[in-house]
Each structure stands twice: as C-alpha cells, then as structure tokens.
Design a protein around this ligand. Structure first.
Ligand code: SF4
Length: 364
C-alpha cells in the first residue's frame, strides 16, 4: 500500500476529503433499517462484549420467532432488517431458517441482512455442512445479504487476545468469500481501539482488498470503534492506559486517523465508507464526514449490542434526525437501499410510504 500511512493528520485528512468528494461529491447516504437481536445467549465469551450472556445465567434469553416478527412489525416502514444474535448452543438451524421464512412471509418487500460469519460458522457446525452449502441455503430461504461483523481484526494474534473462542481469520474469510460467490453481498468491518497495532490494521485492510479484488462482494466498509465501558477488555485496558478517560482519548485519536486511512487504502475497491453514530455519537459521525465517510449508516430502531457495552448514543435515530445531521455538516442526504440502490420517493418520509421495490440478489 502507498505511503500516505505516514502523512501528518491534517494532510491525510485533506487527501481523504478530496478522495471522497471525487467519488461521491456532497452526497451522503443512509438506510432506513432496524436491528432484531433475537438471542442474548452466547457461549463464545468475547472479552469486548457486554451483550452476550452465558447459557443459564441471568438475562440469557432467546426470543421466539413470533416475538421477533412482532417487534419488526412495530417499524413496518423500514427497508432492511438486520438479524444478529449470540451463539446459542440450543438454537437449532431450523430456528434460523424458520425465522428468515417467517419474516419473508410477513414483510415480503423488506431486505434481510442476516447472520454474521460467526453465526453462519456455528450453523455449519450444528448442521454438519460446509459454508459453501450453508450460504446457498440461506439465500434460498430469503436472506438478501450478510453483515460482515465478527471480523474484529483479521489477525489471529489479535483475535486470540480479545475473543479466543471466535472463528479464526481464515474461517471468516472462507464464509464471506463463499457468501459473495453464492450471490450474497456483505459489509466489511473492523473493530479498532483495543490491542491492535497500526500494522494489524494495515494487514486487515490487505485481507479486505484481496477478497474484494476476487469477489467484488463488499458493499461498504464500516469501522467500529471499541466501546470500553461495560466489558472485561475495557476495564483491563482502562487500567493499562491510566483510566477510562485516557482510554477514550486513545480510541478517539485512533478513529481520527483510521477513517481517512480507510478511505485512501480501500476507496478504489470499496467506495462506500460508513460512519457509526452508535459509536461516535451523532455529532461525531457528522464530523467524520470530513474524514472520508460518505454513508451515515441506518436508523437501527433497536440498537442493543453497543448499549450493552455502555454505549451512550441511544438505540435509534429517525430519518429526519439523520438528514438534519448530514445537512448540518454541509452535505446532501440521500436515502438508499441496503445494496446502495435508489429508494423511490426518497424524501417523502411519511413513514408508511417508505417501501422500495424489492431488491434483486447480487449476481456475479
Ligand atoms: S461478540 Fe458475539 S460472539 Fe462474542 S460474546 Fe458477544 S454475542 Fe457472543
């Protein structure tokens, strides 16, 4: 990769701003979506996670399919539902497929963005199938794309320190590659601001470039700042770095440099760089539009994973609030579909009128 890695921050940011302007102009997109986190039961025990609950412990509950459908029915205007949960050893593969089919049947026009590579890996293990077969089955059941979460940092030395029971980097790559080749696009993520070095971040970017060069399946890159307040890793790092306030500052400094580096390192292959109001706050996310981002993420309506780690920026953001933040940053908001298509009647935010045409699957 090129030598912009060593540029002073002001120059790096300017280069990223020019790069994003050249591709996207002043337009900043966002999606009207909701999360549905269907189980908090998780046997994996990642040190950075405040959401998962060990089986049999307080709060270790899974929703019935009817409960998930009823929650989604509270926001019938969304164009995407993102399904993710813990790794519950007692949820059978049938549960996942029945959940997808039930949502498909109740909300036929909604795009299902479902199941992280970690969840798909666990489904493979439970069903005795290879990732290449499992992603084809998921697509046939009605999944439209998959979240590229559980990537953390795709360097096994780092993964062993922060989530030693998680799928290894090679397995994440295999699942994502299989999904892309089966016609399911995915996001790409990184979780930063903990024990990783800049070399690890660089290695992570190189892995993403290799996959994208082969499949073209990533829709966007989403950097996720580590939220340190209510988890083991945060407490340990706060001690190491002289307190929570100093750790927060360290994460913020890392974010400030990582976004422009992501724009310059990946933008030629993955043109969409998504900020995160959940991690940075609304004003922080608006500020990051000057660091190379061109997408504001989504409305979410049910953000519980970051809040469980002590995230302080709420669980939902209405489209009007997202558009106002984008305008305050001097940009032009535009609603999009999950796969960055155009939404019909984008500014008629009368909520009942926000259903776009169904999206086709990604064809290679
Ligand atoms: S991050 Fe996911 S896999 Fe890890 S403990 Fe939390 S819910 Fe489980």
């Amino acid at each position: 990769m090129k030598d912009f890695w060593r540029l002073p921050l002001a120059e790096l940011t300017e280069r990223a701003r020019e790069a994003v302007q050249a591709v996207h102009g002043n337009t900043v997109t966002y999606v009207v979506n909701r999360n549905a986190n269907f189980t908090r039961v998780c046997q994996v025990g990642c040190a950075f996670c405040g959401f998962g609950r060990r089986p049999g412990t307080v709060g270790a509950t899974s929703d019935t399919i009817d409960q998930v459908v009823a929650r989604v029915a509270k926001t019938p205007w969304v164009t995407e539902v993102c399904l993710q949960g813990g790794i519950d050893p007692n949820l059978s593969p049938d549960y996942y497929f029945d959940l997808v089919r039930a949502l498909r049947s109740a909300f036929p026009r909604v795009h299902l963005h479902a199941f992280s590579p970690m969840e798909i890996d666990s489904l493979c293990e439970k069903a005795g199938q290879e990732p290449e077969e499992m992603v084809v089955r998921l697509r046939a059941a009605g999944v439209g794309s998959i979240p590229g979460t559980a990537a953390e940092v795709l360097v096994n030395r780092v993964r062993r320190k922060i989530s030693r029971n998680k799928l290894p980097a090679e397995r994440w790559i295999r699942v994502v590659r299989a999904a892309h080749l089966a016609g399911l696009r995915s996001s790409a993520t990184i979780m930063f601001g903990h024990v990783e070095t800049w070399d690890d971040i660089r290695a992570h970017f190189e892995v993403l470039r290799r996959i994208q060069g082969e499949t073209g399946g990533f829709t966007e890159f989403v950097p996720l700042a580590f939220v340190p307040y209510e988890n083991r890793l945060g407490k340990m790092l706060a001690q190491r770095h002289g307190g929570m306030a100093r750790l927060e500052m360290r994460i913020r400094r890392r974010a400030r440099r990582l976004y422009p580096l992501a724009r310059l390192s990946l933008g030629d292959l993955i043109p969409n760089l998504q900020t995160s109001w959940v991690k940075l706050g609304v004003e922080g996310a608006a500020e990051s539009l000057d660091w190379g981002c061109n997408d504001f993420g989504g409305t979410l309506y049910e953000e519980s994973i970051t809040r469980s780690s002590g995230g302080r920026h709420g669980e939902r953001l209405e489209p009007e609030a997202i558009e106002a933040a984008i305008r305050r940053a001097g940009r032009i908001p535009r609603r999009r579909t999950t796969l960055y298509g155009v939404v019909k009647n984008p500014f008629s935010l009368g909520k009942k009128s926000c259903q776009p045409s169904p999206e086709g699957h990604f064809a290679l």
